[in-house]
Design a protein around this ligand. Structure first.
Ligand code: IMP
Ligand code: MG
Length: 173
């Protein structure tokens, strides 16, 4: 197993997810919210968030892939699995693991907007502001992090380390 340096502990993540769920519950007070989990990276985040939101929550899942070279997304995005249910008239929150260049989300938001949701918000656990290429509005951010490649809590390096309960940086492969 590679050496992983902890960047954000399990406790810190849990505390922040509680805070984000509190903000969402308040912003959508008395209304239903429909979470769209972007697979696979945001599975744990979506699950923990959904449990803590006080409103009626429904869930759907989408899987996208970028035609990039592995660590860099190209902006040409392919829908591998679309959501199962329509979103017209719903309070939709797209839940992402991390926003890097912003290309993936920019493409996705345009596509989802065309399906006429009542609200379309974006919630990401991590944000790398230094790497942004496309300007997108992010409504809920867990943590701003420096330009380092992170793994754990759903995020992978070559499909490994997703199941780590904390977020870390791979220092030795
Ligand atoms: P973007 O289109 O450049 O914003 O890329 C966002 C996607 O790239 C995320 O949803 C992740 O799947 C992946 N990604 C970007 N940075 C990292 C990282 O540090 N660790 C793991 N995956 C990352
Ligand atoms: Mg992702």
């Amino acid at each position: 197993m590679a050496k992983i340096d902890v960047m954000i502990t399990e406790e810190e993540i849990s505390k922040r997810v509680n805070e984000l769920a509190g903000m969402i519950s308040k912003d959508f007070s008395g209304q239903d919210v429909h979470l769209i989990c972007i697979l696979k990276g945001s599975i744990f985040f979506t699950a923990e968030l959904a449990k803590r939101i006080e409103n009626e929550v429904t869930l759907d899942f989408m899987s996208v892939s970028s035609y990039g070279d592995g660590t860099e997304s190209s902006g040409r995005i392919k829908i591998v699995k679309d959501i199962d249910e329509g979103i017209e008239g719903k309070n939709v929150i797209v839940v992402e693991d991390i926003i890097d260049s912003g290309r993936t989300l920019s493409f996705l938001l345009d596509m989802l907007k065309a399906r006429k949701p009542k609200e379309l918000k974006l919630c990401t656990l991590l944000n790398k502001p230094d790497r942004r290429v496309v300007d997108i509005p992010v409504d809920y951010i867990g943590f701003d992090i420096p330009d380092k490649f992170v793994v754990g809590y759903g995020m992978d390096y070559a499909q490994k380390y997703r199941a780590l309960p904390y977020i870390g940086v791979v220092s030795e492969l």
